[in-house]
Design a binder for this molecule. Structure first.
Ligand code: GRF
Length: 201
């Protein structure tokens, strides 16, 4: 199963996926790493592992749709079957969604549907939740809204702020994201309306 991984920053989720592929516990191949920002450490991580990278800057395009059309071209040229949004900080449009139906995953650092949008960890810390966590979901045309595949929860501790809660969540992101990609790669994810079932191997 071939994947294009889209990033915007540090790429620690990309790194988790690379690690499991190299440990032979994830049956996928990364055909391209695409960043909408140049010079981010996620690109260095990719290059260190011999992966081909492309920078496509959203500011170079007149509309979200034109940007997405450029993404689709590069992703399709790479031969990817699926698209993994790993800390990709752009809203994608039906132009990209419809090019890979049922094959686009995103990670959101909250127990959805709580705290959609950016800085979910900050929202949770400020709300003084007792539990937070992360969700991997299929991407549909609404932000942070698609059918949920897997979630993991962490306790929020007294004195937690965005940084402390965020790093506790990030450690779990690195476990559930590769798991979700593996299920996708094994074609074990069945979607019925909002419900995602993981079929046995
Ligand atoms: C993380 O907070 C993740 O939850 C969010 O993007 C941030 C950076 O992820 N999706 P990464 O280190 O670039 O994978």
């Amino acid at each position: 199963y071939k994947i294009a991984v889209l990033i915007s920053g540090s790429g620690s989720n990309l790194q988790a996926i690379i690690d499991r592929i190299e440990q032979n516990v994830l049956d996928a191949r990364i055909t391209r790493v695409i960043s909408n920002k140049p010079g981010v450490s996620g690109l260095e991580r990719a290059e260190r592992h011999g992966l081909s990278t492309t920078v496509i800057e959203h500011k170079d395009y007149p509309s979200r749709e034109d940007f997405d059309a450029a993404l689709v071209r590069v992703i399709q040229d790479s031969g990817a079957d699926g698209v993994i949004l790993a800390g990709f900080m752009r809203i994608i449009t039906p132009v990209l969604i419809n090019a890979f139906p049922g094959n686009i995953l995103n990670i959101h650092p909250s127990i959805q549907p709580a705290f959609p949008g950016v800085h979910a960890q900050k929202q949770a810390a400020e709300y003084a939740v007792k539990l937070s966590g992360c969700s991997i979901h299929f991407v549909d045309e609404k932000m942070d809204h698609g059918p949920i595949i897997i979630q993991a929860a962490v306790p929020a501790l007294a004195g937690d702020d965005e940084k402390s809660l965020g790093s506790r969540i990030l450690a779990l992101e690195h476990r559930i994201f590769p798991q979700a990609v593996q299920w996708l790669a094994q074609n074990r994810l069945e979607i019925n309306g909002r419900t995602v079932n993981v079929l046995n191997a």
